[in-house]
Design a protein. Structure first.
Length: 78
């Protein structure tokens, strides 16, 4: 993990087209501003993890449905 020290108004640049600027510091809370291309997705980690878990559950559920359809098809001889 890379650690950087920045002050309010200072920016870091990632891959030439993503900019992260320190906007405000209040106690233990930091407000960051992001500038990035429209095709880039930015999510809070807890939201990203929840989406990933839901996607895994949906894929497993779809796999079970597919197995059931395949078993039914084999039983009918189609």
């Amino acid at each position: 993990m890379l650690y950087l020290t920045r002050k309010i108004g200072e920016t870091i640049v990632i891959n030439d087209d993503i900019r992260v600027t320190v906007v405000e510091i209040r106690g233990k809370s930091i407000k960051l501003g992001f500038t990035f291309p429209s095709d880039v997705s930015v999510l809070r980690e807890e939201l990203y993890e929840r989406i990933q878990a839901e996607n895994r559950a949906a894929a497993e559920s779809a796999g079970e449905v597919f197995k059931g359809l395949t078993a039914t098809k084999n039983e009918t001889g189609d």
